[in-house]
Design a protein around this ligand. Structure first.
Ligand code: FES
Ligand code: FES
Length: 158
């Protein structure tokens, strides 16, 4: 379909287990699609330039910075966002609260999604955890509480 000279793309995407079919502009970023078209505003935009990681979501199980992925690149892919009700993700949210893994909360949605990837991928070594968190910046807490939160959830995972 053409709107105002722009050819719209018919996007099929699964987000948190639900299939959506929507027309999007080819230039639309995945983060904007999630927030504006699906109303999933849990995913934050911090820098918009691939630096901070606040916009991190999982695409087919791998962390991606959704400010750097076009919505059309996620066509026929599975996206998981911070709104997902997965048990491990819920445990991480509680652990972040308990272990001071957040302060202002701006980085937290992205931090949680990368943490979910770490726990789910059975990354247990501290240096490896830190390496995997390199793309997620927090200006408030320092990272001790975040790493402690991840460790605590990992301990209870099979
Ligand atoms: S908003 Fe995407 S990396 Fe900062
Ligand atoms: S809690 Fe404020 S930026 Fe991380």
């Amino acid at each position: 379909m053409h709107t105002g000279g722009i050819t719209m793309f018919n996007l099929k995407i699964k987000v948190n287990g639900r299939l959506y079919e929507k027309e999007v502009e080819p230039r639309k970023l995945l983060v904007s699609f999630l927030r504006e078209d699906l109303g999933l505003t849990g995913t934050h935009i911090g820098c918009d330039t691939t630096n901070c990681g606040a916009c991190t979501v999982l695409m087919d199980g791998l962390p991606v910075k959704s400010c750097t992925v076009l919505a059309v690149q996620a066509n026929n892919h599975n996206i998981m966002t911070v709104e997902n009700s997965d048990e491990t993700l819920s445990n991480l949210k509680e652990s972040f609260l308990k272990n001071n893994g957040l302060q202002c909360g701006y980085c937290t949605p992205g931090m949680l999604m990368t943490s979910f990837y770490i726990v789910n991928s059975k990354i247990r070594d501290d240096d490896e955890i830190k390496r995997n968190l390199e793309g997620n910046l927090c200006r408030c807490t320092g990272y001790d509480g975040i790493i402690k939160s991840i460790r605590e959830v990992s301990r209870n995972e099979p």
